[in-house]
Design a protein around this ligand. Structure first.
Ligand SMILES: [Mn+2]
Length: 312
């Protein structure tokens, strides 16, 4: 056995899991963080429901991934209704024991070392994230009408360097939108309280489609630093921002919309062909678990991973 790496305990990667569905994704995420030799550890936030699933918790232990149990976070009811969603993604702002947390999504793979996110300058009271892509290439009807390429933050990026354009107060409204798949934050009680207060009171909350992501864009308006697309490269951008996207520069590939683990077959177009990478990494994880000398680990693979990852 190799000696476990020494991690810097003050800074962590984190992602949220609310059920078993994304566990295969999380294992691949963790695997790719190891592959790029990150000096920092992934700790997975799990809800109380996950904590109660003892077999699932045994699988986290077998994977060597520490968990952080988070309590339910939910907006106050408005007219008796609650907009249910991934509000627990706000929990890290309250984790004062860490100096910095970088939120990742479990439908991402890490292709180059991103440890610079742990030391990057971040003005006081700011977060950092990449823009949301508002091109809506699939013309999804439930997305806002102003989600067109002209208004997309990435359309304004510098094509030669990949650097984002500065966000201007009088610029297009969509330039103020971020994607919460990758977020750099410094835990702060004051900021956590402000987020929870906004979640409970802001008039836009009942109709928010992207929950934490929409709330962050409001609370951190003019207080978020845009990251280059390479830290959160949304797979459809390989087509709709082909003049910006360079495969070799992508550090974090984000499988928004259709998840790779839902099917072993996928299209050969510019977007869906990115699923091959995920399956290549998955094969490495699968080999490690199914060839493990630990019989319990092999059994957990069958009972926890196999049912949530397409077998054909
Ligand atoms: Mn995602």
């Amino acid at each position: 056995m190799a000696t476990p790496p020494q991690y810097d305990p003050s800074k962590i990667w984190s992602t949220l899991l609310t059920n078993r569905g994304y566990f295969g994704g999380a294992l691949v995420l963790n695997h790719t963080l190891h592959k790029v030799k990150s000096k920092y550890q992934l700790k997975i936030m799990v809800t109380r429901e996950v904590e109660a699933d003892t077999e699932y918790m045994a699988a986290f232990a077998a994977a060597g991934i520490p968990t952080i149990v988070v309590d339910k976070i939910e907006p106050a009811p408005r007219d008796g209704k609650v907009n249910k969603g991934t509000w627990e993604k706000l929990a890290p702002w309250g984790m004062a024991e860490y100096e910095r947390i970088v939120l990742l999504d479990s439908d991402q793979v890490i292709l180059h070392n991103i440890d610079d996110m742990m030391t990057m300058d971040l003005p006081d009271g700011h977060i950092a994230a990449a823009h949301a892509c508002t091109c809506n290439p699939k013309k999804l009807a439930h997305y806002s009408k102003d989600w067109i390429p002209e208004n997309c933050g990435f359309t304004a990026a510098d094509k030669a360097t990949g650097q984002p354009a500065p966000i201007r107060e009088d610029g297009p409204a969509n330039h103020h939108l971020l994607n919460s798949g990758t977020v750099i934050l410094r835990p702060s009680k004051k900021e956590y309280d402000a987020l929870i207060h906004a979640m409970n009171t802001h008039p836009a909350v009942p109709t928010m489609l992207f929950f934490d992501q929409d709330l962050l864009a409001i609370v951190y308006r003019n207080k978020w630093t845009p990251l280059p697309y390479t830290y959160n490269a949304l797979k459809p951008m390989r087509a709709c921002h082909s003049d910006l996207w360079k495969d070799e520069d992508v550090k974090v590939l984000h499988y928004i919309l259709a998840k790779p683990w839902k099917s072993r077959t996928y299209g050969d177009d510019v977007i869906e062909s990115t699923h091959k990478l995920w399956w290549d990494y998955y094969a490495e994880v699968e080999k490690e678990w199914t060839e493990s000398p630990d019989a319990e680990k092999r059994a957990l693979w069958q009972s926890v991973v196999v049912p949530v990852v397409a077998q054909e």
